[in-house]
Design a protein around this ligand. Sequence first.
Ligand code: NHR
Ligand code: GAR
Length: 224
Amino acid sequence: MTHSSTHRRRIVVLISGGGSNLQSFIDACADGSLNADIVAVISNKAGVKGLERAANVGIPNIILDHNSFESRGEFDQALGDVIESFSPDLIILAGFMRILTPHFVNRFLGQLMNIHPSLLPKYPGLHTHQRAIDAGDSEAGATVHFVTPELDGGPTIVQARVPVLKDDTAEILAGRILAFEHQIYPLAAEWFCQGLLELQDGDIIFDNQLLPAEGVSLEIRDKT
Ligand code: NHR
Ligand code: GAR
């Protein structure tokens, strides 16, 4: 690992769709709030807007269609090999919609982050916004977490909370949450790139301290 060296951090972003979270990373790198380079964008789906966003700013963008592989294992092996060819420090799942095998996760353990549109541990998996509305929750949000073999079960780095309003549809709620995703995800990546954040035996060490299950408290951090 090159974590303690002084080179500029290298990020690979995995997408399956629109890539608005990818765009937030592109913008954060451009405005200096994220001190890193996005060295590649990889999509398991062709023709998605996220690939265009990468191409627009000259980032290598690669399509690796999971349908052209016999098994999840073979897809993940190929995906891992492409990722490794870019020597990233950090791999960002940004609306990436394929479950990753334990073998893949363990290959890059501690270097994989995901953003999930719920207040984990509530609502792992899919259709999170509708599930929060159906449950009558007054709050929803998004969680940045380290990826472990357990789907959406890795330890939380940071969460953003938003209210659920009376007339919310899944689409409206998703949009409200997405705006906050764009804030907290590049921030979490910047912490990682500064060496503040480390996955250690399934726990997170943040700034040399064991992070509680809720992750970094943004309120407290803002006052410091
Ligand atoms: N892989 C592991 N091992 N651990 C995690 O925490 C992961 C992961 C892969 C993706 C993102 C996750 C999310 O934030 C993620 C976290 C896809 C599905 C899913 O059911 C579920 C959760 C997430 C991503 N995917 C279907 C599948 O069969 C395909 C669905 C589709 O193509 O639309 O892989 O929500
Ligand atoms: C985001 O809301 C992200 O949290 C969610 O998909 C959206 C992707 O938007 N991720 C998942 O549901 C992962 N299974 P984007 O493509 O515009 O970044």
